[in-house]
Write a protein that binds this ligand. Structure first.
Ligand code: ZN
Length: 378
């Protein structure tokens, strides 16, 4: 283990050391009568020494301090006493408990990966600890398989997933690129009009990051029997197929039965929403639509019934889809790395595009839900 201090600054006030944490901005005050803590913080900021070397470095200072007239700024009587490894471990455990340190020991990434994903690693450092190195979050992404059912609006998520370095992607779609897609689907170019989306999307992925394995599947999902094979091996599914309307139910059934979480989202007029289902852990969307029908209100229910078989106008402009897919991809990142627990499992996160306001609408689990009953124990 090579403990390293996270992004933090500090200043001394008498016997106290005031540590200002950069993210989230907060202040931690620790007592440091003999100056050892401050010296430890300096060494941890370098983040280059394993524990035994830290002990030596800490004691070297106090060997020097013992010969000086007065240890600075120490007032304790044992300022010159040797720091033991057990004391160091205890101090590190306290700092770890405060979320101030992580393990910066060699991480198994190639130099190319470490450079390419350096911002990911900095992001994960915020959530890392002595027990979990930043690279361990990145490994999860590199090892993950995500299946995109639909690469229309989800092509924005595809690009973000490739930036994250998700290792294996299966892209399933039966659509051809149309000029009207180009308002929001930036993986496709004017010259791609008429080509299968999955073909061009896979080409984009390979050019963007040759380390990612991409499998394009040019296929229409015609019934529930088609879904299980398409999601096989997936750690997570991004459900973005809107036709036929029942496809979202088929995808949910298959994902819940296979114990594979799925994330989905949609825009409707001035609102956009995303949600996810964590099989066996959260309510499913069937719970939401059956159990919570009353909460949706009469007009919403009536609208759903009247519009079920009518063509839906797509009012999604580029910024709308990018905002939605940004939130969706961040949620996928939560599922895959667990840098934080998923926030949308069993609930709608709704953004009002007029006001920018975000609201949540949790779903009540239905005790006898036939879909949830199929979820394996995880
Ligand atoms: Zn359910």
């Amino acid at each position: 283990m090579v403990p390293k201090l996270k992004h933090a600054l500090w200043e001394r006030e008498g016997a106290d050391v005031r540590i200002l944490v950069e993210d989230p901005v907060e202040q931690i005050v620790l007592t440091d009568g003999d100056g050892r803590l401050e010296r430890l913080l300096e060494l941890l900021q370098e983040g280059k020494r394993p524990l035994d070397e830290l002990v030596v470095a800490l004691n070297a200072v106090y060997a020097d301090a013992g010969t000086d007239a007065e240890p600075e700024p120490g007032t304790g009587t044992d300022a010159a006493a040797e720091v033991t490894r057990a004391e160091l471990e205890e101090a590190l455990s306290v700092l770890d408990g405060l979320g101030l340190v992580f393990d910066a020991s060699p991480d198994g990434l190639t130099p190319w990966q470490r450079e390419r994903y350096s911002s990911n690693l900095e992001f994960f450092a915020t959530y890392a600890s002595l027990a979990r190195r930043p690279a361990e979050f990145q490994w999860r992404l590199l090892d993950a398989q995500v299946v995109l059912l639909g690469v229309g609006g989800a092509s924005a998520a595809l690009q973000a997933l490739c930036g994250l370095g998700v290792g294996r992607l299966r892209l399933v779609d039966f659509d051809l690129v149309e000029s009207k897609n180009l308002v929001r689907q930036f993986t496709y170019r004017t010259e791609d009009i008429g080509r299968p989306k999955v073909e061009r999307a896979a080409e984009w992925v390979r050019a963007f990051n040759p380390e990612i394995e991409v499998e394009p599947v040019f296929r229409r999902i015609a019934g529930p029997q088609d879904v299980p094979a398409l999601i096989e091996g997936a750690d997570l599914v991004l459900a973005g197929i809107d036709q036929p309307v029942a496809a979202s139910d088929w995808v949910e059934e298959a994902c819940v039965a296979a114990g594979v979480p799925y994330v989905s989202g949609s825009g409707q007029g001035s609102q956009l929403a995303y949600w996810s289902v964590d099989p066996g852990r959260s309510a499913c969307r069937r719970c939401a639509t059956t159990g919570n029908a009353a909460r949706m209100g009469d007009l919403a229910g009536l609208l759903g019934r009247l519009s079920a078989d009518r063509p839906v106008a797509n009012r999604s402009t580029g910024p709308v889809v990018m905002q939605l897919m940004g939130m969706v991809t961040l949620e996928i990142m939560r599922y895959l790395t667990r840098f934080a627990e998923p926030v949308s499992a069993g609930r709608y996160h709704i953004v009002d595009l007029t006001t920018g306001r975000l609201t949540e609408l949790p779903w009540e689990p239905v005790p006898d839900c036939p879909t949830c009953a199929k979820a394996p124990t995880r």
